[in-house]
Design a protein around this ligand. Structure first.
Ligand code: ADP
Ligand code: MG
Length: 702
């Protein structure tokens, strides 16, 4: 396989555009991308035509405005290129107008009241900063996919892309001010970059089909622990088995065709768990690509008789999955703002950037936490595997000491370096965080980027990316303002570092984030601790958060409220589905299996009593199973009652939070209660009678 030939084959990328567009159109188009400017319609017409010809040559018959509604998945409605001719035939047509704007209606997608149905339709608008691509479906149809934003008629964002684009604009603007104030006058543009590492599980398709819980909820709602879990750590970075190797090879190929630079693949900690990491790119492209990664992981799995599970916690008792969002800012002339420099001047810029992150994350750790909240992540965060639910920054000892020494303005006792005068001294070389050193931190500086490790594996990375960009925009705005007013940049730099360390230094924590001591320590430091998703969602409605997003024109108050309503409702519906699937499985699978076993036992007891006059073991077993069965039956009824109560809370905006709270505190709890009995029964009932594949079957069969 010649990767260079495959890579980007199905993307209308720069190379293809250069070949296919007239030179002046290409130039105008590139200019529009670079300057975030709007595109003249005559240019759009030419681009549309070239795009269509390219797509048709590759077998496309349809195009779609591909967008990302607030459900978290992607949406597409296919239209064919055909237009009737007067002679009764058809021609293939695609205009600039069709490229730029679409009206998919799509009124059933959640809008959180941003778009009353009587209002005009929602529309999609081409995001020409993310390249169009081709998708092939199972029927062999090829569709030209045009990345678009999805808005209401009044321009309210109904999707996940719009806010990413707005936040990129905001952080770019403030970072540019900051750099110009630091005398980096040649920089014209700053772009936020993201590399999203994606964890996932694979399961044999035949086993998957037997588990309603996996099919409808994406996670097992029952299952006793397997005799072996991940305690031997033998899966992590272990040898990749042939079946998986074939899957990964196929996955790489499909991703490469779409111009997604998949580079790393390996076994993860849990059995049947894996990871894929692409090379980082511009944030909105990274977000689009990650959506495609998830979709293609799924699709390729089916081809290999597998199913890909992207849920945060498919199995209890072993690690779940997340995404690591690697983030930085880079300039048009090749600077990475988080790269420690070699000259004093570069180091001043670097240290201020680090301080911007310290300030941003400390001030808005609540919002950052919210951006990583979903019902699946509630099983992970703080549960001794993923990072805890409390946000702190890992900076490494060396860098922490440097910052502290500057903040104190005096020589430190550290042997490794003397005190640093910003703008005068160079930094001692910083050791790169080798990943083993601190995997427990939710937000870590890793040498030349920050790594946000809380992101849920199944979520779009748009939310966390938007938040990071926005909170950093605010910090850089304030830093830039101070620098712009300063008469002595060096002195002011030191003063800024000192002030930020004093006010926000509490967010730095280099120790073990999994320890109980840290929870207490964090509380002492006054760091927020949101244990559940819906608690974190509340910040959507808080003034501090609304003011921030409005100030940087990323989301309006109405858009924030709408997100709260939609996400809270989504949470309720997820637990609702889980509860219904639990009830279904218990009533139609588990209880009948247990009854069958008790029947067999009772018959055996009768026979034994006749022949032998005793059946101690069998009677004991029957008593034990019967007790558990009765208990499980009672808990099933309880779950039914709780579910009905929660479900019947009015399904409207003013009751959304109450409803979600009921689902969390009553339904979810009743569900776990029921699971306890069923899992105990699983350990007793003969394997041949157990109606679904067990954890051991599933996790060690690949
Ligand atoms: P590790 O394996 O220690 O987590 P890597 O160096 O392999 O770290 O990088 C992990 C991810 O971070 C990759 O997707 C990589 O492309 C991305 N990355 C590297 N540099 C940057 C950057 N400047 N901005 C955003 N992401 C980056
Ligand atoms: Mg990582």
């Amino acid at each position: 396989m010649d990767v260079t030939k495959i890579f980007g084959l199905n993307v209308f990328n720069d190379e293809t555009m250069r070949k296919r567009l007239p030179r002046d159109t290409y130039k105008l188009f590139k200019q529009a991308i670079d300057n975030n400017a709007s595109l003249p319609s005559r240019v759009a017409d030419v681009v549309a035509n070239a795009m269509k010809d390219w797509a048709i040559e590759k077998g496309a018959t349809h195009y779609t405005h591909w967008f990302q509604p607030l459900t978290g998945s992607t949406a597409e409605k296919h239209d064919s290129f055909i237009a009737p001719t007067e002679q009764g035939g058809v021609v293939m047509e695609f205009s600039g107008k069709q490229l730029i704007k679409g009206e998919p209606d799509a009124s059933s997608l959640p809008s959180g009241g941003l778009r009353a149905t009587f209002e005009a339709r929602g529309y999609t608008a081409w995001d020409y900063t993310s390249p169009a691509f081709l998708k092939e479906d199972g029927a062999g149809d090829v569709t030209l996919c045009i990345p678009t934003a999805f808005c209401s008629y009044t321009g309210k964002a109904l999707d996940k892309k719009t806010s990413v684009l707005r936040s990129m604009k905001a952080v770019s603007k403030e970072a540019l001010r900051f750099l110009h104030a630091m005398e980096y006058k040649a920089v014209k543009k700053v772009t936020s970059t993201v590399g999203a590492e994606q964890e996932y599980f694979l399961i044999d398709k035949e086993m998957y089909k037997k588990r309603l819980d996996l099919i409808v909820a994406g996670r097992t709602l029952f299952g006793a622990p397997a005799p072996k879990g991940q305690e031997m750590k033998d899966h992590y970075f272990g040898q990749i088995k042939d079946r998986i190797a074939h899957y990964m090879k196929d996955l790489d190929k499909e991703l490469w065709k779409l111009g997604i630079a998949a580079t790393t693949k390996h076994n993860e900690v849990a059995p049947s768990q894996f990871e894929m990491a692409p090379i980082y790119t511009t944030t909105n492209i990274a977000a689009d690509q990650n959506q495609l990664v998830m979709e293609i992981m799924d699709k390729v799995a089916i081809r290999h008789g597998l199913v890909c599970l992207l849920h945060e916690k498919p199995y209890t008792g072993i690690n779940g999955s997340g995404k690591h969002l690697n983030w930085s800012l880079s300039t048009d002339n090749g600077m990475n703002l988080l790269e420690p420099g070699k000259t004093p001047h570069e180091n001043a810029q670097f240290l201020l950037m680090i301080c911007a992150l310290i300030m941003a994350v400390d001030r808005h750790s609540d919002i950052l936490r919210r951006s990583a909240a979903n019902s699946g992540n509630d099983h992970r965060l703080g549960a001794n595997e993923a990072p805890p639910a409390i946000i702190s920054i890992f900076m490494g000892d060396e860098l922490t000491r440097i910052l502290e020494s500057i903040a104190q303005g005096k020589k430190t006792t550290s042997k490794s370096f003397k005190s640093i005068q910003v703008g005068v001294d160079t930094l001692p070389p910083l050791p790169k965080d080798n990943s083993d050193r601190n995997r427990t931190s939710p937000f870590a500086f890793t040498g030349n980027k920050f790594e946000f490790r809380m992101v849920p594996s199944s979520n779009s990375i748009s939310g966390p990316s938007t938040v990071l960009n926005t909170i950093v925009a605010e910090a850089l705005d304030e830093i830039a303002t101070r620098l712009e007013k300063a008469t002595d940049i060096h002195k002011e730099t030191a003063a800024i570092i000192r002030d930020i360390m004093k006010e926000h230094g509490r967010i730095i924590f280099n120790g073990n984030n999994y320890s109980d001591d840290w929870v207490k320590e964090a509380e002492k430091r006054g760091l927020p601790h949101f244990r559940s998703t819906i608690e974190a969602f509340k910040t959507f409605n808080e003034k501090k958060s609304i003011d921030l997003f409005e100030k940087y024109k990323v989301l309006s108050k109405e858009e924030m409220h709408a997100r709260f309503d939609i996400y809270v409702d989504l949470y309720s519906m997820q637990i609702n589905v889980e509860a219904k699937a639990s009830l279904d499985m218990v009533k139609s699978l588990y209880i009948p299996a247990v009854i069958q076993f008790t029947k067999e036992l009772a018959e055996t007891i009768n026979q034994l009593e006749e022949v032998k006059g005793s059946s101690v073991v069998q009677k004991g077993l029957l008593a034990k199973v019967s007790t558990l069965l009765e208990s499980a039956y009672g808990k099933t009824e309880k779950l039914e009652v709780e579910l009905e109560k929660a479900f019947n809370i009015p399904h409207d905006v003013s009751h959304g939070f109450k409803r979600a709270t009921e689902f969390r505190d009553k339904v979810f709890v009743a569900m776990n209660d029921l699971r306890e009995d069923i899992d105990k029964l699983e350990a007793i009932i003969p394997r041949k009678l157990w109606p679904v594949p067990t954890y051991a079957d599933i996790l060690f069969s690949l």
